[in-house]
Design a protein around this ligand. Structure first.
Ligand code: PGA
Length: 244
């Protein structure tokens, strides 16, 4: 269960968040728990969770380790800050910051080389779903992006299926829609990396996951977890998602 804080919370709010959140999930052993705050909050977040099972992630990384790239943060910097995870290719990055499947692949490789686990996002836009192109879009994002990993690299990533029309809109995909898309992704993975990889790759669903819909989504065998935006910002709400 991963929380994507997006551009929310400052350092003191980060510390206060974990003070409330950690006791609420201290008994939760059934899943990994990941929180992805903005970069500047990573040290505070890593420090706050150090005696818990909660792990911290970044929301993006650039592929060189260092250099003249104003405003960017490398995967090795995330690693050094104590991040274990990084979200890559979120639709907001694709939509507002020009990310493509090709840059998603480069970032993913950089994260893996740095020893940070990537959560790689894919998902169709509303017009693509309405024109019946969902599976084609997902296959293309897979083929042009993470299909370029080696089998060993691929075995270390988590995929997040996030239909763009469901993100921040309150419109959750039905469990059946989520499961269908996850199946299409697993088929694409099988085609490239073999049936074992297709069965075992972990695929999170993201897009308006809330305490009251997480159970039905998680009831789908195809759905391995959730990437949560808005509903992870309140500790109580993210804890009830974790403890679904
Ligand atoms: P949401 O965001 O839960 O607010 O829809 C999910 C995401 O963008 O990861």
């Amino acid at each position: 269960m991963a929380g994507n804080w997006k551009m929310h919370k400052n350092i003191s709010e980060t510390t206060a968040y974990f003070e409330k959140f950690l006791p609420l999930v201290s008994e939760s052993k059934h899943c990994q728990i990941v929180a992805c705050p903005p970069f500047v909050n990573l040290p505070a977040a890593v420090d706050a969770v150090k005696s818990s099972r909660v792990e911290i992630g970044g929301q993006n990384c650039f592929w060189p380790n260092e250099g003249a790239y104003t405003g960017e943060v490398s995967a090795t910097m995330l690693k050094a800050a104590g991040a274990k995870w990084v979200i890559i290719g979120h639709s907001e990055r694709r939509q507002y910051f020009g990310e493509t499947d090709e840059t998603v692949l480069k970032r993913t490789v950089a994260a893996l080389e740095a020893g940070v686990n990537p959560i790689v996002c894919v998902g169709e836009r509303l017009e693509e779903r309405e024109s019946g192109r969902t599976n084609e879009v997902l296959e293309t994002q897979f083929r042009n992006g993470i299909a370029g990993l080696s089998p060993e690299q691929f075995s270390r990533i988590v995929i997040a299926y996030e239909p763009v029309w469901a993100i921040g809109t309150g419109k959750t995909a039905t469990p059946e829609i989520a499961a269908d898309a996850h199946r299409a992704l697993r088929d694409a993975v099988r085609g490239k990396f073999g049936s074992e990889a297709g069965n075992s790759v972990r695929i999170l669903y993201g897009g308006s996951v809330k305490p009251d819909n997480v159970k039905s989504l998680m009831a789908q065998p195809e759905v391995d977890g959730a990437l949560v935006g808005g509903a992870c910002l309140q500790p109580e709400s993210f804890a009830s998602i974790v403890n679904f």
